[in-house]
Write a protein that binds this ligand. Structure first.
Ligand code: 3PG
Length: 410
């Protein structure tokens, strides 16, 4: 039996289908305008279109930001963007599970789409709990009786054991939406016996996540090598004993990353050939790039990129790889002066024949900036959920869908 049901397993015509999507998007903190439609478009063009075309009464449930944060805004704008993408009217109600929301749901006709307001305006939403505990909350108690089916399409939020992610699976027949399905299939391709050689290219500033992912993929024989870049590689170089210079060490300390050094040392002892660090670096000398070899460390200036030798050797490894997972830029790619390493290595990945998977906000922006997005085999819509998946963790949203099948709720 399938691990979880998909839209292929359920009939939705004339049914009220509650779809949890992840519309959480970048928002301009000043104007409060949604500045990216990537996630809205992904759900719109797959799951939402399919459900509406099949004649379901589609009720969309989503979050935006977190209470107290500047990007915590209602979903009215998201609804307008959704309507523009679908080129059809989409209803919005400024209520989540109150009388207004319930009345609008009851009046929906087959093929119509309704977006409920930001589900995080319900205080209990972000409390952790089991599906059974969450099924007792006001959100589930009010909405579940009006729905015939729950569809979880929010892979990007599946690492949260929140009410709207798992609570409905204890009450309603539940299936994965097309984005959830696509993400799980593509990500499993990268983690489940990937074609070898398999490279993980880990840049960016989240060295703690990179360390956890490296541990998992090296010890489980998923990746042959982890190539490091960005701030991550600085912590790895420090663990190798390189003196980066006061300014760079102070930066790593400020970010709380020097505490990782011992763990990295242990990992490198266990997998001496598994972790690859840059051979040369680029410093920001008054806004201009200056390449240095590792022998020239410590540096008085900030490290902002990897150097030419590193680009060349990473490109060679990329060329030989059959599967590549890419997460995080190699340097300060937003500034053309320091974008060379990221561009050079990302280009090699885009040009390679290997199955390539990329994810994370900065990685996606950099790929877009260099016009490489269409040449990556799969770009995930997720950030945190992708990281947890790559660490080998079970995602509560996925587990809940699997358990819903086991319990034969359907
Ligand atoms: C994300 O953008 O990673 C998801 O929407 C989850 O958002 P959260 O980190 O606020 O829970």
């Amino acid at each position: 039996m399938a691990k979880y049901l998909t839209l292929d397993d359920v009939k939705v015509k004339d049914k009220v289908v509650l779809v949890r999507v992840d519309f959480n998007s970048e928002v301009d903190n000043q104007t409060k305008k949604v500045t990216s439609d990537v996630r809205i478009r992904a759900h719109a063009e797959s799951t939402i279109t399919e459900l509406a075309e099949e004649g379901a009464k589609v009720v969309v449930l989503a979050h935006q930001g977190r209470k107290g944060d500047p990007d915590f805004i209602p979903l009215k704008q998201h609804t307008e963007i959704l309507g523009k993408i679908l080129k059809c009217p989409v209803q919005f109600v400024d209520d989540v599970y109150g009388e207004k929301a319930k009345k609008t749901i009851k009046n929906l006709k087959s093929g119509e789409i309704l977006v409920l307001d930001n589900v995080r305006s319900f205080d209990g939403e972000t409390k952790k709990g089991t599906p059974e505990e969450h099924a007792k909350t006001e959100l589930v108690q009010n909405l579940a009786p009006l729905a015939d089916l729950f569809v979880n399409d929010a892979f990007a939020a599946a690492h949260r054991a929140h009410v709207s992610i798992i609570g409905f699976t204890a009450k309603l027949p539940s299936a994965a939406g097309r984005i959830m399905e696509r993400e799980l299939k593509s990500l499993s391709k990268a983690l489940d016996k990937p074609e070898k050689p398999c490279l993980f290219v880990m840049g960016g500033a989240k060295a703690d996540d990179s360390l956890e992912i490296s541990k998992y993929v090296l010890s489980n024989n998923i990746a042959n090598m982890v190539l490091t870049g960005g701030v991550t590689s600085q912590v790895f170089l420090a663990a190798k004993g390189y003196k980066l210079g006061e300014k760079n060490i102070a930066f790593l300390e400020k970010k709380g990353l020097t505490g990782l050094i011992q763990g990295i040392k242990e990992l490198m002892l266990k997998y001496p050939k598994g972790i690859v660090t840059p051979e040369d670096l680029v410093l920001d000398v008054n806004g201009k790039r200056k390449e240095i070899s590792l022998a020239e460390l410590p540096a008085d200036y900030s490290i902002f990129d990897v150097g030419t030798k590193t680009i060349e050797s990473y490109r060679k490894l990329v060329k030989e790889a059959k599967s590549i997972v890419l997460s995080g830029p190699m340097g300060v790619y937003e500034n053309p002066e320091f974008a060379v390493g990221t561009k050079g290595i990302f280009e090699a990945i885009a040009n390679s024949e290997a199955f390539s998977l990329a994810g994370g906000g900065h990685t996606i922006s950099a790929l877009k900036q260099f016009g490489l997005s269409s040449r990556i085999s799969y770009i995930s819509t997720a950030g945190g959920a992708l990281i947890e998946f790559l660490m080998g963790k079970n995602l509560p949203g996925v587990v809940a869908l699997e358990n819903a099948v086991k319990k034969k709720i359907t």
